[in-house]
Design a protein around this ligand. Structure first.
Ligand code: E4P
Length: 225
């Protein structure tokens, strides 16, 4: 399962990218707006942090499919070939996905709330389909189960489309989908840090150091003895 950062805060991205095994970054128009910066300026900075080959997902804003296609080309021309264009899985979006698939542009079908929406996006040629786990839960659905069902449906139909689950609120949700072997999860920075946050681990590591230093001296490591 790929692990992506769902954020446009370049300070946070830089830190996570350095310390964690990340596969890319996803954004959406709300996330870009939250950065308070010019969209292409922040996206180019993200590209420079993650390098030319890592996945960078960027969403179109156009309402009509022909305009979505034109916007997708501009996004990829500006941000490089490893850029995956996010297209909402609507009627206009499906038409755009079909065209972009024929033109060799990678697409994430986004704003997915139902397995049928994902199925249609897959049939249209999307590389990824992004079910919104937490938002589905908020509609009294089951976001994790929906993501798993979509994954199983793609496999059962021999489709190339991978699930890129989005909208997480806790680490357990991410773990459950990793266990199911979905294509990817994109996680906001707060949940990302929670993936590793465990006071017991910190305590265990600290105890090892204390025991070693008691024997060999403060600050000593295997380099010093
Ligand atoms: C992906 O980028 C989605 O747009 C995003 O994960 C939605 O997350 P939210 O429901 O927390 O806004």
């Amino acid at each position: 399962m790929k692990l992506l950062i769902d954020d446009a805060d370049t300070t946070k991205i830089r830190r996570l990218w350095e310390y964690y095994p990340c596969d890319g970054v996803t954004t959406n128009p709300s996330i870009l707006a939250k950065s308070g910066r010019k969209p292409y300026e922040v996206l180019l900075e993200i590209r420079s942090i993650i390098g030319a080959k890592a996945d960078l997902h960027v969403q179109v804003l156009s309402r009509k499919s022909d305009d979505m296609v034109a916007e997708a080309h501009r996004i990829v021309e500006t941000l490089g070939e490893a850029t995956i264009v996010k297209i909402p899985a609507t009627e206009e979006g499906l038409r755009a996905i079909r065209q972009l698939n024929a033109q060799g542009i990678s697409v994430t079908a986004t704003a997915i709330y139902t397995p049928m929406q994902a199925f249609l996006a897959g049939k249209a040629g999307a590389d990824y389909a992004a079910p919104y786990v937490n938002r589905i839960d908020n509609l009294s659905g089951d976001g994790i189960q929906t993501a798993k069902e979509i994954h199983d449906m793609f496999q059962a139909n021999g489709m190339k489309t991978q699930v890129l689950a989005a909208s997480f609120k806790n680490a357990r949700q991410v773990l459950e989908l990793a266990r199911h072997g979905i294509g990817g999860a994109t996680v906001g920075t707060a949940v990302f840090e929670a993936l590793l946050d465990n006071a017991c681990v910190d305590h265990a590591v600290e105890a090892f150091m204390t025991d070693f230093e008691a024997c060999h001296g403060t600050g000593k490591t295997m380099l010093d003895i």
